[in-house]
Design a protein. Structure first.
Length: 430
């Protein structure tokens, strides 16, 4: 299959190509040409071709929180303890997870994500719930790395079950695979974190955890261990190039240096950080230190649109660190840097890369050119501009419509699930 467009943003040394034709064979890109006749293409959109966008941290069950009838408290710790845990995560069943994951996957795909890294948390769900999620996501055609947020906050038996759920997913091959995740240092002991990391290391799998999302996390680690979170995790031996540290809002210079020296990857989640009021991660300083930072959506529905995520990130950091982060830097957070974080041969358009691509309609209010297209992508596009999405060489979204599953049925099931969970929250609140 040959794909054509007006412009292609390759995210390689080729930069932006005019009149591209990208050839796909099977699951890989085999050729990238420029100045081609559009009639050569089997699929042509008079717009922009770019690599599929990647979210390195999401919570697909975050759909439940959008418009929730119980107001969320301000502050990180109250948000978790009084809202997110009791009204969202602690009440999920395997069936709930399947319905929420399927529809959230559809929304990610339609908006231009071809891959996401999901961290489910449902400690009281029946055994096998992660396999149920994997099957639901796989049916949508998305590429995904899945895990549950293993934690000790619900007791030792559940803590053991959650590690086992993750470990079973590590056997999966194909588009939907597993990784190992734990929550963080205030809900997991040092030995539990080390055990999870050792499982990941022995299976050559990625390892993910939350780091310094709120000031509570820093204060708790200092109080109990006499160290800030990053030095504490380094001394546990869990920081390396296969570890993805999500959030990293409250870092000092020493912690940035440690993350860089250990090769630890960082996921930046600005929309959720702003909505909860946890702060702003030092993106410019981390990039300058050589850390591979990528973007996640953290399960906040507004960020299920990667272009909203890109524009928000750019504007936020243009405000707090003017001139230090470029539009190309920002675009790399959802492409090349995200691919490196997840160890994927993706995030760019080049021979040998996975055929994960998206095509955008040209709705620019000014003429598009190789000189302005990256700024347009970061500041002027929304998910509604997405025309086609290709994952593993297969068209999964065509003319803005999902081809793999019945979107209406997926939405209806998710809406029924959310409505029931909301009613449950009203009862719990009294």
């Amino acid at each position: 299959m040959k794909i054509g467009a007006k412009l292609a943003v390759t995210m390689t040394e080729q930069g932006v190509i005019s009149d591209p034709v990208v050839e796909i064979q099977g699951q890989r890109i085999v050729g990238v040409g420029a100045n081609a006749d559009p009639r050569q293409a089997d699929l042509y959109v008079d717009g922009i071709l770019l690599p599929g966008l990647i979210s390195t941290h999401t919570h697909l069950h975050g759909l439940v929180a959008y418009g929730h009838p119980v107001p969320a408290p301000t502050g990180f710790w109250p948000f978790l303890k009084e809202y997110w845990w009791p009204f969202v995560e602690d009440v999920l069943t395997a069936e709930d997870i399947a319905h929420l994951a399927a529809y959230a996957s559809v929304l990610h795909l339609k908006n231009g994500y071809t891959c996401f890294c999901d961290v489910m948390e449902a400690p009281y769900a029946e055994p096998g719930f992660m396999s149920v999620e994997a099957e639901a996501v796989e049916r949508t055609g998305a590429r995904a790395l899945l895990s549950n947020e293993a934690t000790e906050r619900a007791g030792p038996d559940i803590a053991r079950k959650l590690l086992q759920e993750n470990e079973r997913l590590l056997d999966r091959q194909g588009r939907v695979r597993g990784l190992m995740s734990v929550h963080t240092t205030f809900s997991c002991s040092g030995s539990y974190i080390q055990e999870a990391k050792e499982i990941a290391r022995s299976r050559k799998a990625l390892f993910q955890l939350h780091v310094s999302e709120g000031t509570y996390h820093v204060e708790d680690t200092l109080k109990r261990f006499g160290q800030r979170p990053v030095p504490y995790l380094r001394d546990l031996g869990v920081l390396d190039e296969d570890t993805l540290a999500s959030q990293c809002v409250h870092l000092n210079e020493e912690e940035i240096r440690i993350l860089a020296e250990t090769g630890t990857k960082v996921t930046h989640n600005p929309i959720s950080n702003m909505e909860i009021g946890t702060g702003v991660a030092p993106l410019a300083a981390m990039l300058q230190a050589g850390i591979d930072v990528s973007l996640g959506d953290d399960g906040f529905v507004r960020a299920f649109d990667p272009f909203v995520n890109l524009s928000t990130t750019f504007l936020l950091h243009a405000l707090i660190s003017p001139g230090q982060v470029s539009p190309l830097d920002i675009l790399s957070l959802h492409t090349t840097r995200a691919a490196r974080a997840l160890h994927l041969e993706a995030g760019s358009i080049a021979p040998g890369q996975l055929a994960d691509l998206i095509l955008l309609r040209d709705r620019s209010p000014a003429p598009l050119s190789p000189e302005n297209v990256i700024s347009h992508l970061v500041l002027g596009v929304t998910g509604g501009d997405v025309s086609h999405v290709i994952v593993d060489g297969q068209v999964v979204v065509a003319e803005g419509q999902v081809c793999t599953v019945d979107e209406k049925a997926a939405k209806d099931q998710a809406m029924e699930t959310i409505s029931r969970l909301w009613e449950n929250a009203r009862r719990l609140r009294g």
